[in-house]
Design a protein around this ligand. Structure first.
Ligand SMILES: Nc1ncnc2c1ncn2[C@@H]1O[C@H](COP(=O)(O)OP(=O)(O)OP(=O)(O)O)[C@@H](O)[C@H]1O
Ligand SMILES: [Mg+2]
Length: 337
C-alpha cells in the first residue's frame, strides 16, 4: 500500500438509542428501564486506505456504513477510536480536513435548493476560498465531463435526480480535494447517468489520483470501480480484501458456454460439471471451481465433438456478496444492545 491517506483505528460509535422503526418494542424502549448504554452502530473497526486507492465500503442496510462516513467527514463524533486523514483528525482539525475532502450523500444535496446550480457553485467557491483559476479550470472540466450546461441555470429543486447528483459531484470537487467520500452516489439514478458518474469517478481516481471511499448497493459500480472492498455488518468489519479473492472463495461455481457444430449433441461431462441449459448448438454448463479447471472441462468436451466457440463466465458479483452477508449473519450474534 502507498502511504496511508486514511487510517481508522478501533473506531466505535454508540448512539443513545437506535434510530428508525423498531416496531412496538422500539416504540416503548424509551419507557423501559435500559440495561445497556446505547446502540452500537460501529464497533471497533480498523483499516487503512492508501493514497490514490479506491475502496468500496459495503454492507447490508443498517450495517454502519453511513455512520462511518459521517465520522470520517467530522459530522459525527466517534465514541471511541481514532481517525487520521493525511494526519488530520476530522473533529480537532475540522476546517483543515474540510479543505482536503469532498463528500456526497446521494440521498440528499448539499446545494441550495432555491438557487440555480451555478450560483451554488459560486457560493461554494467563496466558502472554500478556491482560487479563481482553479475554479475556472474545474468548472470547465466538470461542465464538459458531467454535461452540466443544460441545467446550470436551473434551480436545484427543479433538477432530476441524475442532474442533481452530477451537480453535487461538481460542488464536492471544486476545491480539488485529495480524499472523497461517495455515499450511494448513484442511488435512484438512471443507467446512462450512472454510467457517466461512474466514468467520472474512475477518471478522478486514475488521472487525478484522488483517494475514494465509495459506499453503494450497486454491485455493478463496485465491480467496475473497486479492486478492494471493505465489508461491514452489524457494525463490525467482516471482510477487507480484493473482490477477486472473494469471488474465488465464495463463488464456487463458474459457467462455460459452448457453441458446437453439431446441434442437440448430448455431452458426456466429468464429475463436477452439469448441463444447465441447451438451445440448438449452444450449451450452458455449470462447473465447480475447486474440482475442475476450464481447460480440463474444455478438453473433455473437445475429445467428443468440435467446439465452434466458447466463453467462461464468473459468478455474478451480487451472488458472491449475498453469500458473504449470509456468512456474516450466521456468525456468532454480537450483542449490540
Ligand atoms: N443518529 C442516529 N441515532 C440512532 N441510531 C442511528 C443514527 N444513525 C444511524 N443509526 C443506526 O445505526 C445503524 C447504522 O446506520 P447507518 O446509516 O450507518 O447504516 P448504513 O450501513 O449506511 O445502511 P444503509 O445501507 O441502509 O444506508 C442503523 O441501525 C441505524 O438505525
Ligand atoms: Mg447509508
Amino acid at each position: 500500500m502507498n502511504s496511508p491517506a486514511l487510517s481508522i483505528t478501533n473506531l466505535t460509535k454508540t448512539f443513545p438509542q437506535r434510530a428508525g422503526h423498531d416496531g412496538f418494542l422500539g416504540s416503548i424502549r424509551g419507557l423501559l428501564p435500559s440495561k445497556a448504554d446505547g446502540f452500537i452502530a460501529v464497533k471497533n473497526i480498523s483499516f487503512e486506505i492508501g493514497a490514490g486507492e479506491i475502496v468500496g465500503l459495503l454492507g447490508p442496510n443498517g450495517a454502519g456504513k453511513s455512520t462511518t462516513v459521517k465520522m470520517l467527514t467530522g459530522i459525527l463524533h466517534p465514541t471511541a477510536g481514532q481517525i487520521r486523514i493525511h494526519g488530520l483528525d476530522p473533529i480537532k482539525d475540522r476546517t483543515a480536513n474540510a479543505r482536503q475532502m469532498g463528500v456526497i450523500f446521494g440521498q440528499r444535496t448539499q446545494l441550495w435548493w432555491d438557487l440555480p446550480v451555478i450560483d451554488s457553485l459560486d457560493m461554494l467557491r467563496r466558502i472554500y476560498d478556491v482560487p479563481e483559476k482553479t475554479y475556472r479550470q474545474n468548472l470547465d472540466r466538470f461542465r464538459h465531463v458531467l454535461e452540466l450546461d443544460e441545467f446550470l441555470n436551473v434551480p436545484v429543486r427543479r433538477l432530476s435526480l441524475g442532474q442533481r447528483v452530477r451537480s453535487d459531484l461538481a460542488a464536492a470537487l471544486l476545491h480539488d480535494p485529495r480524499v472523497i467520500y461517495l455515499d450511494e452516489p448513484t442511488v435512484g439514478v438512471d443507467i446512462s447517468a450512472r454510467q457517466r458518474i461512474r466514468d467520472f469517478i474512475r477518471t478522478l481516481n486514475r488521472e487525478a489520483g484522488v483517494t475514494i471511499v465509495l459506499t453503494t448497493h450497486e454491485m455493478a459500480d463496485v465491480e467496475r470501480l473497486c479492486e478492494r472492498i471493505v465489508v461491514i455488518d452489524r457494525g463490525q468489519l467482516h471482510y477487507d480484501g480484493s473482490l477477486e479473492v472473494l469471488r474465488q472463495r465464495l463463488g464456487s461455481n463458474r459457467e462455460l458456454v459452448i457453441d458446437l457444430h453439431e446441434p442437440n449433441r448430448v455431452l458426456d461431462l466429468p464429475e463436477g460439471a452439469t448441463v444447465i441449459r441447451t438451445a440448438e448448438t449452444r450449451t450452458w454448463i455449470e462447473f465447480e471451481r475447486h474440482r475442475l479447471t476450464a481447460p480440463q472441462l474444455i478438453a473433455h468436451i473437445q475429445s467428443q465433438t468440435d467446439v465452434a466457440d466458447l466463453s467462461v463466465r464468473e459468478p455474478e458479483i451480487e451472488q458472491v456478496i449475498h453469500r458473504l452477508y449470509e456468512e456474516a449473519q450466521s456468525d456468532e450474534p454480537n450483542p449490540v444492545h
